[in-house]
Every structure is written in C-alpha cells, then in structure tokens.
Design a protein around this ligand. Structure first.
Ligand SMILES: *[C@@H]1O[C@H](CO)[C@@H](O)[C@H](O)[C@H]1NC(C)=O
Ligand SMILES: *[C@@H]1O[C@H](CO)[C@@H](O)[C@H](O)[C@H]1NC(C)=O
Ligand SMILES: *[C@@H]1O[C@H](CO)[C@@H](O)[C@H](O)[C@H]1NC(C)=O
Length: 243
C-alpha cells in the first residue's frame, strides 16, 4: 500500500476510535421524542465521559482513586479506604429515554466488569454469617445492570446558550454475572473462620452483592455523573436537540 494512503487510513481509524468533544458537537441533532437518537448521542459521549478531555480540563475517571467509602448498612458496617476503581470503560449506555415533561432522563447502563482494590474494615453479619476483619481487599463484579433515573435541569451559560445538567438521581442495580473477591486478614487471619466464610459468600454472591453494593455503586455513578456534567458544560442544548 502507498505510504501516504496507509497513514491516512491509520489516521481515519484513530479518529473514528477516539470520540472527543468535536465528534459530540458534530452529532446529528435529535428531535425531542427521538429516543434512538438520544441513545446514540449519549453513546457518542461515553468515551469522552470516561477518558476525559484534557483540552477542556476534564480528567479521566478510568481508573479513579477514592479515599473513603462508608458502608453503613443495617447489619454490616464497612469502610473502604484508598480504593482504586476500574471498569468504567467496560460500561455502555444501552438506552436513553428522555421524559421531557417530567424533566427526567432514564439511562439503561450495562457494565461488564467493575474492579476495585484497596483497604477494608468490616464488622457485622453478612446474610446470616458473622464477619469481621481489616486488611487488603479486591472485588470484581461482572455484568452490572444499572437503571439510572436522573432529574435534568437547564441553565444559561456565559455564552447565553442553554445547557443541561443532571441533578439528583435514583438507581436500581442488579448484578448478573458474578462476584469475585479476595480479603486478607479476615477474622484476624484465622483460616478456620475465613475459608468457610469466603466459600459461603462466593456461593451466595447475588445476595452478598445486594447487601453491600449501594455505597460502591453510588460512588461509581457519582464519578460518572460528575464527568457527564463537566462534559455537558461544553455541549449546548442547541447542539443536541432541534425544535
Ligand atoms: C470494627 O470493630 C473494630 C473493633 O471493635 C473497630 O475498631 C472498628 O472501628 C470497626 N469498624 C467498622 C467499619 O465498624
Ligand atoms: C491513603 O492514601 C493517602 C495518600 O496516598 C495516604 O496519605 C494515607 O496514609 C493512606 N491511608 C491509609 C489508611 O493507608
Ligand atoms: C483473587 O486472587 C486470585 C488468586 O490470586 C486471582 O486470580 C483473582 O483475580 C483475585 N480476584 C480479584 C477480584 O482480584
């Protein structure tokens, strides 16, 4: 192949893989009832949302460092410190539905792989089994289905144009593909207690996930929504919807 043609092809390929602000702004305008178009639009934003855009000062969230996550659940208390969260780039927006009258956007998200490692401390009862310990942890969750229902509002930017932001949101999360975890120093390192506990917890991962998932999932979602909002500051409403 001609050297220049090859370079051009390579450039085209790279350009099409790296979605950035420019490609978002050049996305076709959506009519207000066209949820397929909104879905494509949010998908076009997703890469930039995760990887950030240095030019406009948006940091990457893959990976993210989180100093403290508090799990104050009814029967089990835990604290996760200095955690590294990964897997944002394994997520995809499957569907976006705009409910304009109610000023809400519903997002159907599937994340193939969440992974987090750091320090943990736990006391309490998981399902029916007492647990305590503090040490290092790693957790990996496969296939999280998350339905986010977020309020949206518009505001006027410095340039006089209207912009959208996401306010408070609710979500439902369901783990579908399994949970793997390693915890050091569980029960102060007593293997006679920790091995059966780990076997039990691994065998009941769906219930375990339901009992402990909310603080980490909201941490993941807050990071995503914060970057989404940072990005939306550069995408005026008139580059998203046509009247
Ligand atoms: C767990 O219990 C220990 C010992 O009572 C305590 O020092 C620690 O703060 C507790 N941790 C959590 C997360 O509740
Ligand atoms: C967490 O990380 C910070 C900054 O790297 C460090 O100063 C702190 O000691 C760490 N905390 C723990 C509990 O290791
Ligand atoms: C737990 O440890 C095993 C063995 O070292 C490893 O294969 C697995 O990936 C670890 N799991 C997580 C969630 O890090």
């Amino acid at each position: 192949m001609n050297k220049y043609l090859f370079l051009c092809t390579l450039c085209c390929f790279i350009m099409s893989v790296l979605s950035d602000l420019k490609t978002i702004l050049e996305h076709e305008l959506c009519s207000r009832k066209d949820n397929k178009c909104f879905t494509d639009f949010t998908r076009a934003m997703f890469d930039t949302l995760v990887k950030g855009d240095k030019e406009v000062g948006i940091e990457s969230i893959e990976p993210s460092f989180v100093e403290r996550i508090d799990g104050n659940m009814p029967v089990v208390k835990y604290v996760l410190r200095n955690s590294t969260l990964r897997g944002f780039d394994s997520c995809q927006f499957r569907k976006a539905t705009l409910l304009e009258e109610e000023q809400r956007l519903k997002l159907d998200i599937l994340c193939n792989k969440f992974h987090m490692c750091g320090l943990y401390e736990v006391n309490g009862t998981l399902i029916i089994v007492p647990v305590s310990g503090d040490g290092d942890y790693c957790i990996q969750a496969k296939k999280y289905k998350i339905l986010v229902d977020t309020k949206i509002s518009t505001y006027e930017g410095d340039d006089g144009k209207d912009y959208v932001k996401f306010d408070n949101y609710k979500y439902q999360a369901e783990l579908q593909g399994g949970l793997d975890f390693n915890l050091t120093n569980l029960f102060r390192g007593n293997k006679d207690l920790s091995d059966p506990f780990l076997r039990f917890a691994r065998g009941h991962w769906k219930m375990v996930a339901r009992q402990i998932q909310d603080p980490p999932i909201s941490t993941f979602l807050n990071l995503m929504i914060d970057n989404f909002n940072a990005l939306m500051k550069h995408v005026p409403l008139d580059s998203m919807v046509k009247d």
